[in-house]
Write a protein that binds this ligand. Structure first.
Ligand code: 8YV
Length: 330
Protein backbone atom coordinates (compact mmCIF):
# COMPACT_ATOMS: atom_id res chain seq x y z
CA UNK A 1 0.00 0.00 0.00
CA UNK A 2 1.37 3.44 -0.97
CA UNK A 3 1.97 5.94 1.80
CA UNK A 4 0.66 9.51 1.56
CA UNK A 5 1.11 12.61 3.66
CA UNK A 6 -1.69 15.08 4.40
CA UNK A 7 0.38 18.13 5.28
CA UNK A 8 -2.39 20.20 6.90
CA UNK A 9 -5.68 19.49 8.62
CA UNK A 10 -8.51 19.54 6.07
CA UNK A 11 -12.07 18.29 6.69
CA UNK A 12 -11.41 14.92 8.40
CA UNK A 13 -14.41 13.22 6.71
CA UNK A 14 -13.03 14.08 3.27
CA UNK A 15 -9.42 13.17 4.05
CA UNK A 16 -10.75 9.89 5.46
CA UNK A 17 -11.45 8.77 1.87
CA UNK A 18 -7.70 8.41 1.36
CA UNK A 19 -7.53 5.64 3.97
CA UNK A 20 -9.34 3.16 1.71
CA UNK A 21 -6.39 3.35 -0.70
CA UNK A 22 -3.30 4.42 1.22
CA UNK A 23 -1.45 4.36 4.48
CA UNK A 24 -2.10 7.95 5.57
CA UNK A 25 0.00 10.18 7.81
CA UNK A 26 -1.98 13.30 8.57
CA UNK A 27 -1.66 16.38 10.72
CA UNK A 28 -4.69 16.39 13.03
CA UNK A 29 -3.28 19.23 15.16
CA UNK A 30 -2.70 21.35 12.04
CA UNK A 31 0.88 22.00 13.13
CA UNK A 32 2.90 24.24 10.82
CA UNK A 33 5.95 22.07 10.19
CA UNK A 34 9.42 23.42 9.61
CA UNK A 35 11.01 22.37 6.33
CA UNK A 36 13.11 19.62 8.00
CA UNK A 37 9.92 18.33 9.69
CA UNK A 38 8.05 18.35 6.37
CA UNK A 39 10.91 16.57 4.59
CA UNK A 40 11.20 13.99 7.36
CA UNK A 41 7.50 13.14 7.05
CA UNK A 42 7.46 13.20 3.26
CA UNK A 43 10.59 11.10 2.77
CA UNK A 44 8.88 7.72 2.37
CA UNK A 45 5.62 8.97 0.84
CA UNK A 46 4.36 8.42 -2.72
CA UNK A 47 1.85 11.25 -2.51
CA UNK A 48 1.27 14.55 -0.74
CA UNK A 49 -1.88 16.55 -0.04
CA UNK A 50 -0.56 20.10 0.29
CA UNK A 51 -1.90 23.61 0.66
CA UNK A 52 -0.43 26.90 -0.48
CA UNK A 53 1.56 27.03 2.77
CA UNK A 54 3.92 24.14 1.95
CA UNK A 55 6.83 24.92 -0.35
CA UNK A 56 7.64 21.90 -2.50
CA UNK A 57 10.87 22.71 -4.29
CA UNK A 58 13.88 20.84 -5.66
CA UNK A 59 15.42 20.50 -2.19
CA UNK A 60 12.29 18.69 -0.96
CA UNK A 61 12.09 16.53 -4.09
CA UNK A 62 15.71 15.40 -3.83
CA UNK A 63 15.06 14.34 -0.24
CA UNK A 64 11.83 12.51 -1.12
CA UNK A 65 12.65 10.07 -3.93
CA UNK A 66 9.44 8.01 -3.54
CA UNK A 67 7.20 10.99 -4.36
CA UNK A 68 4.90 10.52 -7.38
CA UNK A 69 2.10 13.04 -6.81
CA UNK A 70 1.71 16.45 -5.16
CA UNK A 71 -1.95 17.47 -4.91
CA UNK A 72 -2.45 21.05 -3.87
CA UNK A 73 -5.68 22.23 -2.23
CA UNK A 74 -5.53 25.55 -4.11
CA UNK A 75 -5.92 26.80 -7.63
CA UNK A 76 -2.59 28.63 -7.35
CA UNK A 77 0.53 26.46 -7.26
CA UNK A 78 3.39 28.93 -6.98
CA UNK A 79 4.39 27.04 -3.80
CA UNK A 80 5.38 24.09 -6.00
CA UNK A 81 8.33 23.92 -8.39
CA UNK A 82 6.33 22.33 -11.21
CA UNK A 83 9.31 22.10 -13.61
CA UNK A 84 11.33 20.19 -10.99
CA UNK A 85 8.34 17.88 -10.37
CA UNK A 86 7.89 17.27 -14.10
CA UNK A 87 11.59 16.48 -14.50
CA UNK A 88 11.19 13.77 -11.84
CA UNK A 89 7.93 12.38 -13.23
CA UNK A 90 5.90 13.74 -10.33
CA UNK A 91 2.37 14.81 -11.20
CA UNK A 92 1.15 18.10 -9.70
CA UNK A 93 -2.56 18.88 -9.39
CA UNK A 94 -4.51 21.97 -8.30
CA UNK A 95 -8.18 22.79 -7.61
CA UNK A 96 -9.49 25.08 -10.36
CA UNK A 97 -13.15 25.92 -11.09
CA UNK A 98 -14.62 24.85 -7.75
CA UNK A 99 -13.54 28.12 -6.10
CA UNK A 100 -14.16 30.57 -8.94
CA UNK A 101 -17.49 32.09 -7.93
CA UNK A 102 -16.79 32.12 -4.18
CA UNK A 103 -13.45 33.84 -4.72
CA UNK A 104 -15.00 36.34 -7.13
CA UNK A 105 -17.71 37.12 -4.54
CA UNK A 106 -15.03 37.85 -1.99
CA UNK A 107 -12.91 39.92 -4.35
CA UNK A 108 -15.94 42.04 -5.14
CA UNK A 109 -16.82 42.36 -1.46
CA UNK A 110 -13.28 43.42 -0.59
CA UNK A 111 -13.24 45.96 -3.40
CA UNK A 112 -16.58 47.38 -2.23
CA UNK A 113 -15.48 47.43 1.41
CA UNK A 114 -12.31 49.32 0.49
CA UNK A 115 -14.11 51.71 -1.86
CA UNK A 116 -16.99 52.46 0.52
CA UNK A 117 -14.70 52.67 3.58
CA UNK A 118 -16.61 49.99 5.46
CA UNK A 119 -13.79 48.72 7.69
CA UNK A 120 -12.49 52.21 8.36
CA UNK A 121 -15.91 53.55 9.38
CA UNK A 122 -16.68 50.46 11.43
CA UNK A 123 -13.46 50.95 13.41
CA UNK A 124 -14.52 54.58 13.99
CA UNK A 125 -17.96 53.54 15.25
CA UNK A 126 -16.54 50.86 17.55
CA UNK A 127 -14.08 53.38 18.99
CA UNK A 128 -17.02 55.36 20.38
CA UNK A 129 -16.10 58.44 18.30
CA UNK A 130 -19.45 58.66 16.46
CA UNK A 131 -21.34 61.59 17.97
CA UNK A 132 -23.32 63.06 15.03
CA UNK A 133 -24.22 62.68 11.34
CA UNK A 134 -22.01 64.73 9.09
CA UNK A 135 -22.61 65.74 5.45
CA UNK A 136 -19.46 64.15 4.05
CA UNK A 137 -18.76 61.60 6.73
CA UNK A 138 -16.68 58.80 5.24
CA UNK A 139 -17.66 60.08 1.81
CA UNK A 140 -16.08 57.74 -0.70
CA UNK A 141 -15.71 56.98 -4.38
CA UNK A 142 -18.69 55.24 -5.98
CA UNK A 143 -18.61 51.68 -7.24
CA UNK A 144 -21.61 51.42 -9.61
CA UNK A 145 -21.12 52.97 -13.01
CA UNK A 146 -17.36 53.41 -12.57
CA UNK A 147 -14.49 51.69 -14.39
CA UNK A 148 -13.44 48.31 -13.05
CA UNK A 149 -9.90 47.30 -13.97
CA UNK A 150 -8.85 43.66 -13.75
CA UNK A 151 -5.25 42.49 -13.95
CA UNK A 152 -5.24 38.79 -14.84
CA UNK A 153 -8.27 37.52 -16.74
CA UNK A 154 -8.55 33.83 -15.93
CA UNK A 155 -11.68 32.23 -14.57
CA UNK A 156 -11.82 34.36 -11.41
CA UNK A 157 -11.10 37.59 -13.30
CA UNK A 158 -13.94 36.78 -15.69
CA UNK A 159 -16.32 36.06 -12.81
CA UNK A 160 -15.45 39.45 -11.28
CA UNK A 161 -15.95 41.15 -14.65
CA UNK A 162 -19.46 39.66 -14.89
CA UNK A 163 -20.34 40.95 -11.44
CA UNK A 164 -19.10 44.44 -12.29
CA UNK A 165 -20.65 44.71 -15.75
CA UNK A 166 -23.97 42.96 -15.18
CA UNK A 167 -24.61 43.77 -11.52
CA UNK A 168 -23.10 47.22 -11.09
CA UNK A 169 -23.17 48.77 -14.57
CA UNK A 170 -19.39 49.16 -14.55
CA UNK A 171 -17.21 49.55 -17.62
CA UNK A 172 -14.77 46.68 -17.40
CA UNK A 173 -11.23 46.89 -18.73
CA UNK A 174 -8.60 44.22 -18.31
CA UNK A 175 -5.00 43.36 -18.98
CA UNK A 176 -3.73 39.82 -19.28
CA UNK A 177 -0.77 37.96 -20.79
CA UNK A 178 -3.09 36.84 -23.58
CA UNK A 179 -6.22 38.47 -24.84
CA UNK A 180 -9.53 36.63 -24.41
CA UNK A 181 -11.37 35.27 -27.46
CA UNK A 182 -13.78 37.93 -28.84
CA UNK A 183 -16.77 35.80 -27.83
CA UNK A 184 -15.56 35.59 -24.22
CA UNK A 185 -14.79 39.32 -24.13
CA UNK A 186 -18.34 39.98 -25.31
CA UNK A 187 -19.81 37.58 -22.79
CA UNK A 188 -18.01 39.11 -19.78
CA UNK A 189 -18.34 42.62 -21.28
CA UNK A 190 -14.66 43.43 -20.82
CA UNK A 191 -12.31 45.46 -23.03
CA UNK A 192 -8.64 44.55 -23.41
CA UNK A 193 -6.19 47.40 -22.72
CA UNK A 194 -2.45 47.65 -22.17
CA UNK A 195 -1.21 47.79 -18.60
CA UNK A 196 -0.56 51.55 -18.61
CA UNK A 197 -4.15 52.21 -19.72
CA UNK A 198 -5.47 49.80 -17.11
CA UNK A 199 -3.60 51.62 -14.35
CA UNK A 200 -4.52 55.07 -15.59
CA UNK A 201 -8.23 54.45 -16.25
CA UNK A 202 -9.37 52.06 -13.52
CA UNK A 203 -11.43 53.50 -10.69
CA UNK A 204 -11.18 50.15 -8.94
CA UNK A 205 -8.31 47.84 -9.81
CA UNK A 206 -8.59 44.17 -8.82
CA UNK A 207 -5.60 41.83 -9.06
CA UNK A 208 -6.26 38.22 -9.99
CA UNK A 209 -3.01 37.36 -11.73
CA UNK A 210 -1.12 34.18 -10.73
CA UNK A 211 2.17 34.77 -8.95
CA UNK A 212 5.33 34.10 -10.95
CA UNK A 213 8.68 35.86 -11.32
CA UNK A 214 6.99 37.80 -14.16
CA UNK A 215 4.21 39.11 -11.90
CA UNK A 216 6.48 39.86 -8.91
CA UNK A 217 5.75 43.46 -7.83
CA UNK A 218 3.54 43.98 -10.88
CA UNK A 219 2.15 46.78 -8.73
CA UNK A 220 4.96 48.83 -7.19
CA UNK A 221 5.66 52.50 -6.53
CA UNK A 222 5.66 53.50 -10.23
CA UNK A 223 2.39 51.68 -10.98
CA UNK A 224 0.68 53.13 -7.89
CA UNK A 225 1.83 56.61 -8.93
CA UNK A 226 0.16 56.15 -12.30
CA UNK A 227 -3.25 55.31 -10.79
CA UNK A 228 -5.96 57.89 -10.10
CA UNK A 229 -5.77 59.41 -6.60
CA UNK A 230 -9.42 58.40 -6.19
CA UNK A 231 -8.76 54.76 -7.21
CA UNK A 232 -8.80 51.64 -5.05
CA UNK A 233 -6.60 48.56 -5.29
CA UNK A 234 -7.75 45.06 -4.31
CA UNK A 235 -5.39 42.08 -4.20
CA UNK A 236 -6.87 38.58 -3.99
CA UNK A 237 -4.10 37.06 -6.13
CA UNK A 238 -0.90 36.43 -4.17
CA UNK A 239 1.37 38.33 -1.88
CA UNK A 240 4.32 39.51 -3.92
CA UNK A 241 2.20 40.69 -6.84
CA UNK A 242 2.03 43.98 -4.91
CA UNK A 243 5.03 45.67 -3.32
CA UNK A 244 3.42 45.99 0.12
CA UNK A 245 5.93 48.61 1.37
CA UNK A 246 5.25 50.78 -1.68
CA UNK A 247 1.50 50.36 -1.19
CA UNK A 248 1.69 51.45 2.45
CA UNK A 249 3.61 54.56 1.33
CA UNK A 250 1.11 55.31 -1.46
CA UNK A 251 -1.85 55.00 0.92
CA UNK A 252 -0.19 57.24 3.49
CA UNK A 253 0.63 59.83 0.86
CA UNK A 254 -2.90 59.72 -0.60
CA UNK A 255 -1.64 58.59 -4.01
CA UNK A 256 -4.60 56.17 -4.15
CA UNK A 257 -7.80 56.27 -2.09
CA UNK A 258 -7.92 52.84 -0.48
CA UNK A 259 -6.92 49.20 -0.70
CA UNK A 260 -8.34 45.77 0.10
CA UNK A 261 -5.83 42.98 0.65
CA UNK A 262 -6.47 39.29 1.25
CA UNK A 263 -2.89 38.21 0.48
CA UNK A 264 0.48 39.52 1.65
CA UNK A 265 4.18 39.24 0.97
CA UNK A 266 5.55 36.76 3.53
CA UNK A 267 2.09 36.00 5.01
CA UNK A 268 0.96 35.29 7.67
CA UNK A 269 3.26 38.19 8.53
CA UNK A 270 1.85 41.53 7.38
CA UNK A 271 4.00 44.54 6.54
CA UNK A 272 3.83 46.87 9.58
CA UNK A 273 3.17 49.89 7.35
CA UNK A 274 -0.09 48.36 6.17
CA UNK A 275 -1.36 47.99 9.73
CA UNK A 276 -0.86 51.71 10.33
CA UNK A 277 -2.94 53.13 7.50
CA UNK A 278 -6.68 53.68 8.02
CA UNK A 279 -7.85 53.40 4.40
CA UNK A 280 -7.30 49.68 4.02
CA UNK A 281 -9.25 46.46 4.56
CA UNK A 282 -7.12 43.48 5.55
CA UNK A 283 -8.30 39.85 5.58
CA UNK A 284 -6.31 36.65 6.28
CA UNK A 285 -6.28 34.90 2.86
CA UNK A 286 -9.91 33.77 3.03
CA UNK A 287 -11.26 34.60 -0.43
CA UNK A 288 -12.08 30.95 -1.19
CA UNK A 289 -13.30 30.24 2.30
CA UNK A 290 -16.96 29.41 2.07
CA UNK A 291 -17.76 26.06 3.66
CA UNK A 292 -19.05 24.61 0.40
CA UNK A 293 -16.05 25.75 -1.59
CA UNK A 294 -13.36 24.74 0.87
CA UNK A 295 -15.00 21.30 1.08
CA UNK A 296 -15.06 21.10 -2.72
CA UNK A 297 -11.37 22.07 -2.87
CA UNK A 298 -10.40 19.41 -0.32
CA UNK A 299 -12.52 16.83 -2.10
CA UNK A 300 -10.95 17.61 -5.49
CA UNK A 301 -7.45 17.42 -4.02
CA UNK A 302 -8.30 14.00 -2.52
CA UNK A 303 -9.78 12.79 -5.86
CA UNK A 304 -6.61 13.95 -7.59
CA UNK A 305 -4.36 12.14 -5.12
CA UNK A 306 -6.30 8.88 -5.34
CA UNK A 307 -6.30 8.94 -9.15
CA UNK A 308 -2.71 10.17 -9.53
CA UNK A 309 -1.48 7.16 -7.55
CA UNK A 310 -3.46 4.75 -9.72
CA UNK A 311 -6.44 4.13 -7.44
CA UNK A 312 -10.20 4.63 -7.61
CA UNK A 313 -12.52 5.06 -10.60
CA UNK A 314 -10.28 7.65 -12.30
CA UNK A 315 -7.07 5.66 -11.77
CA UNK A 316 -4.19 7.22 -13.70
CA UNK A 317 -6.26 10.22 -14.79
CA UNK A 318 -6.44 12.79 -11.98
CA UNK A 319 -9.17 15.33 -12.85
CA UNK A 320 -7.09 18.51 -12.71
CA UNK A 321 -3.39 17.98 -13.41
CA UNK A 322 -1.10 20.97 -13.82
CA UNK A 323 1.56 18.97 -15.71
CA UNK A 324 -0.48 16.33 -17.62
CA UNK A 325 2.56 15.50 -19.75
CA UNK A 326 3.87 13.47 -16.80
CA UNK A 327 0.80 11.19 -17.01
CA UNK A 328 1.36 10.50 -20.71
CA UNK A 329 4.84 9.15 -20.04
CA UNK A 330 3.76 6.83 -17.24
C1 8YV B 1 -6.29 28.83 -0.74
C2 8YV B 1 -5.78 30.20 -2.84
O1 8YV B 1 -7.06 29.09 0.37
O2 8YV B 1 -6.62 28.54 -4.26
C3 8YV B 1 -5.75 29.39 -4.08
O3 8YV B 1 -4.84 29.59 -4.90
O4 8YV B 1 -5.08 31.13 -2.73
C4 8YV B 1 -6.71 29.87 -1.73
O5 8YV B 1 -7.93 29.49 -2.25
C5 8YV B 1 -4.85 28.78 -0.29
O6 8YV B 1 -3.93 28.79 -1.31
C6 8YV B 1 -4.64 27.55 0.58
O7 8YV B 1 -4.28 26.42 -0.12
Amino acid sequence: MNKVLVARKAFPDIVERLRAHFEVEDNPDDAVWTRPQLIERLQDKAGAFTTGSERIDAEVLVACPALKAVCNMAVGYNNIDVAACTARGIVVTNTPDVLTETTADFGFALMMAAARRIAESERYLRSGAWSKWHYDQFASPDVHGTTLGILGMGRIGQAIARRGALGFGMQVIYHNRSRLAPQTEAEVKARYVDKATLLGEADHLVLVVPYSPASHHAIGAAELASMKPSATLTNIARGGVVDDAALAEALKAGRIAAAGLDVFEGEPKVHAGLLDVPNIVLTPHIASSSITTRRAMASLAVDNLIAALGQGPQAGAPPTPVNPEVLRTR
